[in-house]
Ligand binder design. Sequence first.
Ligand SMILES: Nc1nc2c(ncn2[C@@H]2O[C@H](COP(=O)(O)OP(=O)(O)OP(=O)(O)O)[C@@H](O)[C@H]2O)c(=O)[nH]1
Ligand SMILES: [Zn+2]
Length: 348
Amino acid sequence: MTPELADLGLAPFFTRQLNERELEHAALARVTEVQRSGVVAHDGRDERRYALGGSWFNLPAEERPTVGDWVVLNEARDKIQRLLERKSVFKRVAVGSKIDVQLIAANIDTLFIVTSCNDEFNESRLERYLALAAEAGVEPVLVLTKADLVEDADAYRDRVRAIGAHLPVEIVNSHDMKSLQGVLAWVGKGMTVALVGSSGVGKSTIVNSLSGQVVLDTGAIREHDAKGRHTTSFRSLHRLPGGGLLLDVPGMRELKVAQLDDALSAVFADVASLADNCRFRDCEHNNEPGCAVRAAIAAGTLDERRLRNYRKLLREEARHTTSLADQRHREKQFARVVQQSIDLKRRH
Ligand SMILES: Nc1nc2c(ncn2[C@@H]2O[C@H](COP(=O)(O)OP(=O)(O)OP(=O)(O)O)[C@@H](O)[C@H]2O)c(=O)[nH]1
Ligand SMILES: [Zn+2]
């Protein structure tokens, strides 16, 4: 594989998926834009459009290429043959008469969850983003901006620690490259990052600072100059001077809760494990006797807000999964829970 592909984020995770024939003859490309009946992809030399034939559109949306995907080209390098398995994927789930999945971006390594050291800071919103990152399979890094405008930025670090003791946190002034060194460490060579966060928290400012100069929007690969300062941009994928790639698609900025299921119990593992200790297996943590969750709230070791937000996200999640099959499954599960609690009461 050419070094240019490594610059585009090609990693062993992807090359391992190639068969022998492909390893010898095929070329790879990374998708930089999705269009109505084709995609734009970069093969390490050029960025060009590839038409997608009708057979691609018979596939579910999740099996069609999205920005960030790696694809195998034919030997003539004019057609996409297949899609490589993804390391991670962000998707949006719209629920109407049927569930409609829309892919936003694939193969992001790190998600910068950007928030400011001021009133914009909101634990519940951060938990929502953390759940999204977990669902997508992406490592989250919390970036707290506007540290230069407050006395005690570390207080915000503590508030993040209360959500997750091991979450990586970077406290920055987005205008000041010196304070962005910690952030820079997450965008090493070949790493693909994306940013989410409310409007005005400083996402664009961070990108401009990291880029060191205006992000070029031409497609051609430019050689790094002697000082390695040039930034190159391929549609939605911007190459940063440090060797990392920034994936910037409109959909990322408006990310909402997708299908969260397991991700929620991961982000709220503390609540879930407390609930394991409730006397009743179907405890709703209201006023039931022997409720371990209520006990933790009373003891001050669990924030009631956290329980509320967990419930709210669970409810949203429930609304998102309303296909008939799922409904039946839920009904069965519910019947089982009811039976369990009847059994439990009999035994007491
Ligand atoms: N003092 C200070 N100002 C900042 C910092 N980060 C961002 N700003 C300012 O905040 C404003 C908004 O920053 P943007 O980078 O445009 O925010 P954004 O997140 O990209 O916003 P959207 O494009 O609406 O999503 C600008 O005026 C920035 O100069 C910071 O760390 N310190
Ligand atoms: Zn309980």
